[in-house]
Write a protein that binds this ligand. Structure first.
Ligand SMILES: [Zn+2]
Length: 325
């Protein structure tokens, strides 16, 4: 019997899902719209139908052994999505319980950055590591910490939110209600805010002048920097400095072997890695210098969120020391 898992990534606009084998091959992939459903139950029913449809195509000698879900504000302990700001359904949504009852297999939920960390451990570049951190650079900044081979969930199920640690108490306003959070500087949105600040501060010509905030994206900033645009280059240096300084602090907390950067901004390659590593090293406690690697995630393709979510199931069975049924 071939064992398969389902990975579901619930985003504010789209929900992606896939059926994944133990090696990380995605056998089937699909998506449904998240936003069209007024009630959470409507979304759940539509998701359950889509899954049942996709199961029809599977080989007869295979079985689904579990469902993993990554979602912002997903709580690993309770299996609930709790007060998500990116979804239209408010309050507490008992997602794991509903999937378990519907499909009679374990359903493991966690936030999307934690799912990315487990995905890196199960399928990616952290396969042989027990202590590492994954930083996801999307619209915001998420992070997942693995210590001794175990994902840190914390007492309340919300451990490792680097994005909302402060880099400047009187700095930029953040969606969470605080000021100066890391993600207001280091994220797709953060670097756009930096470009606008630098455009205001500098007199040099820049191809980014004249582009509206809504139209500007990371790829445009990357391409401009590669063409030598001073403001674009400076925006990566500024972003890498803030990230590097924060990672130097992060290292002290859990002594990781490596830190993986995942998501849009990390795809700028050396433009972001070089200043990040330089500033991390310069700010590290001497004991740690030259010891902690900063690496790109191995899960950079479209299916990465599905892989991350599905990996929760394998991790669940591994933790229990159980052979999959
Ligand atoms: Zn914040």
């Amino acid at each position: 019997m071939k064992e398969l898992t389902v990975g579901i990534d619930i985003g504010g606009t789209n929900t992606k899902f896939g059926i994944v084998d133990r090696e990380g091959n995605v056998l089937h992939q699909g998506n449904i719209q998240t936003t069209v459903h007024e009630e959470f139950k409507g979304f759940f029913d539509s998701m359950a139908n889509a899954l049942r449809e996709s199961f029809k195509d599977l080989p007869s000698d295979s079985s689904i052994v579990g469902i993993g879900v990554g979602a912002a504000n997903g709580n690993y302990y309770t299996g609930n999505i709790e007060h998500a700001t990116n979804l239209r359904w408010k309050g507490i949504l008992p997602l794991s319980k509903m999937f378990q009852e519907e499909f009679n297999v374990p359903c493991i939920l966690t936030n999307d950055a934690n799912a990315a960390a487990v995905g890196e451990m199960v399928y990616g570049n952290a396969k042989n590591m027990k202590d590492f951190v994954v930083v996801t650079l999307g619209t915001g900044l998420g992070s997942g910490f693995v210590c001794g081979g175990i994902l840190l969930n914390g007492h309340h199920g919300i451990a490792g939110e680097l994005g909302h640690t402060s880099v400047n108490p009187t700095g930029r306003y953040c969606n969470c209600g605080k000021r100066g959070c890391l993600e207001t500087y280091v994220s797709a949105t953060g670097i756009k805010r930096t470009v606008y600040k630098l455009l205001a501060d500098h007199l040099e010509p820049s191809e980014l002048r004249g582009i509206s905030f809504d139209n500007l994206n990371t790829k445009m900033i990357t391409d401009a920097a590669l063409r030598g645009d001073i403001v674009a280059k400076e925006s990566f240096e500024y972003t890498g400095r803030i990230l590097g300084m924060k990672l130097a602090e992060t290292v002290v907390h859990t002594d990781p072997e490596a830190i993986f950067l995942f998501g849009g901004l990390s795809q700028a390659g050396e433009l972001i890695f070089k200043p990040t590593i330089r500033h991390m090293e310069a700010n590290l406690m001497p004991l740690f210098r030259g010891k902690v690697k900063v690496l790109p995630s191995a899960l950079q393709n479209q299916a990465a969120p599905i892989l991350g979510a599905s990996s929760l199931v394998w991790d669940h069975f591994a933790k229990k020391g159980m052979e999959v049924a």
